[in-house]
Design a binder for this molecule. Sequence first.
Ligand code: HAM
Length: 429
Amino acid sequence: MSEFKTVRGMRDFLPKEAQALRYVESKARKVAELYGFGEIVTPIVESYDLLSAKSGDEVRSRMFAFKDLGDRDIALRPEFTASVARLVATTLRNEPRPLRLFSVGSVYRYDEPQKGRYREFWQSNFELMGSSRPEADAEIILLTDSLMKTVGLKSYVFKIGHVGVIRGILSKEKLDEKKQNEIMQLMDHLQYDDALKVVQDAEASETCVKVLRELVNLKGDRIFEVMNKIKECVKDYESATTAAENLQEILKLVTESGCRTHVTVDAGFARGLEYYTGIIFEVTVPELDIALGGGGRYDRLIELFGGNPTSAVGVAHGIDRIMLAMQEQKVTWKTNGTRKVVVVPVRETLKIDALKIAQVLRDAGIVVEVDVMGRKMAKALEDADRRGMDYAIIIGEKELKEDAVVVRNLKKREQSTVKIEKVIENLQA
Ligand code: HAM
């Protein structure tokens, strides 16, 4: 037995798992098409400075970063957003807005491996660039809803907040961005007492601490009641109030557009990534305590990368976690339903005929395996049956002389002699 194994946190996908991965990917691609997002393919490796600029301490400290042979500091992408923002700041800088860009592929984070947390995982990523309007935020939430629905998930919940509410208060208290980021990171880890301690130690007013303490407890699924309480709580903070109104408008658009999905609002919700400036959200299912997707608005990243000021909102869906959730909820899905055929020659001398017939069938779009093990007929059929093949085409001398083969239905255990020209018709019936 070889001692080689995958690197910690990395996995092999065997055919069944790879098929599930590609299935979810194909659904994401379909959603991209339906919502008008064009696919872009960007490199897996980017400059470390680009990827670390606004990703936040947590993602930054977990990057697969290294020097290439030209002594450049580079890293494997931990997400797509920085790459898409780079493109919009450079090559796409003069393209008419809005831009709707979709990507799918593997991303890398040195997270501690556990159920649903890997070091190589797959995301489907949607970025809508160039609109600061709430309809753009609503579209990103609605397309996430469409993806969850179309892969067959049930009982999923959106948790929605707005970084502008808490940042609005902290800014009025003159806490700089670095301090704000520290507080938001603690809130992301639900360490609210520690976060409030940092606020206190930064000599913020007592009123501010009181308002924040009240705010982080405002959450729930009676979303418009919660919104009224949030607005009442922050009424003395102008920019926090504007943020709350923006959140309320987005919630109104999402719910009144006919979306029936369960939504909760959480005023103390924060996400690890530092680039967010507006709404933030995550989607979860009751069976797993990790998010299946997350996103939000980030209106300053493209400018930070040297591009024209461009508003943006986006989301990334964790494909691996969607697959896990489908498993937990026992979601079944149909493969394309093609019949699978094995072609077996009865003797060695007929293998050319087997290859020829296999080609004719493949040209007609039939999935065909040719027996390559040289097994005895009974063994070959037994093996085909075990592997769930539907038909065996048996090539024998006697039948060939009459331009025919034996078609055996492995499920029904019936067989008949069929003229070669009729085989395709026979298999497709
Ligand atoms: P994120 O929340 O860091 O956001 O990641 C999005 C999703 O990727 C998560 O909700 C989760 O499903 C999945 N994910 C994250 N880490 C892991 C892991 N270690 N193993 C498996 N799955 C994981 C972003 O990446 C932002 N770029 C989203 C965005 C796009 N915001 C604006 N535009």
